[in-house]
Write a protein that binds this ligand. Structure first.
Ligand SMILES: [Fe+2]
Length: 306
């Protein structure tokens, strides 16, 4: 059954947001238990469109966690300055938990600039995230510049590569590590030993094979959690990653989400890159709350099952 038919049966409306990816949903209240079949329709929509924006929500932390857990177990964040009341809730805000608009040189604000680079959440984990759920509490006014979240579809980006480039990428792995953000912004406090032990550097294939999509292939890389390609000279690997980053930016692969307060944006980290578009953080408050659903296994590449 097509996801639009499933949505109609579940009593909600599903509309595409762009040719590349994304659908928006209206007519659902996620703060309450969902009628039978609705969650399955949402999960199918996520599988098909990669981003699902459920409009007009009003969610407490507990309600967001309860809905997120329908997708699977949540990731916990060891860094205490990222989280609020519990380790599965990640504050994406330039406002303190007490509601104070933070100065632009506060390290919690600087740390978020790492997310202005193309990335996929938790790529620095051995098992990266399945999906993220970001709830817009305070968003920028529509006339303000920036503050959107932009996505790139890595299936489309992969399929548009020249065959020789795909062959070149096939055997390669990128090195991902949490500490890379400190190289970009050395003014941030050093990564603690707890964090270092929790997420040691890891490698993932640059071509990801998706077993739940009949082995379909996508690109898989980031520019915020490393710049090294395993087995390549540093500069050659950096050149290759820069080339891939320029490639995924083509407008036909991308969708830029303009936030409305009450949006719950759900995205599939396994097949997308995303980035936060920079905004005037001294002028505008931006408060979002993220929960993240853990992946179910390591990233598979073309030779993982050879
Ligand atoms: Fe992110």
């Amino acid at each position: 059954m097509a996801t639009t038919e499933m949505a109609a049966k579940g009593g909600f409306v599903l509309r595409r947001l762009s040719p590349a990816l994304g659908a928006e949903v209206e007519g659902l209240d996620l703060s309450r238990p969902l009628p039978a079949g609705v969650f399955e329709a949402l999960r199918a929509a996520l599988q098909e469109h990669h981003v699902v924006c459920v409009r007009g929500q009003s969610l407490t932390e507990a309600q967001q966690i309860a809905f997120s857990e329908l997708f699977g177990p949540l990731e916990a964040f060891p860094e205490k300055d990222k989280t609020r009341s519990q380790s599965t809730i990640y504050n994406v805000a330039n406002v303190s938990p007490e509601g104070r608009h933070l100065p632009v040189d506060d390290h919690r604000v600087i740390a978020q600039k790492v997310n202005a680079r193309w990335h996929t959440d938790s790529s620095y984990r051995f098992i990266p995230a399945y999906c993220s759920l970001l709830y817009g509490i305070e968003v920028l006014p529509p006339e303000a510049e920036g503050g959107q979240t932009e996505f790139a579809n890595l299936f489309l980006a992969h399929d548009a590569l020249a065959p020789e480039m795909r062959r070149r990428l096939e055997p390669l792995f990128m090195v991902h590590y949490y500490e890379f953000g400190r190289r970009i912004f050395p003014q941030l406090p050093p990564v603690s030993q707890v964090e270092r032990d929790f997420v040691p550097p890891t490698c993932h294939p640059l071509i990801r094979v998706h077993p739940d999509r009949d082995g379909r292939r996508s690109l898989f890389f980031t520019v915020n959690a490393g710049n090294e390609v395993s087995g390549m000279e540093l500069e050659e690997g950096q050149r290759l990653l820069r080339e891939l980053a320029a490639h995924v930016e083509r407008p036909e692969f991308c969708y830029r989400h303009q936030w409305r307060a009450g949006d719950l944006l759900i995205w599939d980290n396994r097949c997308l890159l995303h980035r936060a578009i920079e905004y005037d953080a001294a002028r505008h408050r931006r408060v979002m709350r993220r929960t993240t659903v853990a992946g179910s296994g390591p990233v598979l590449g073309p030779f993982s099952r050879a």
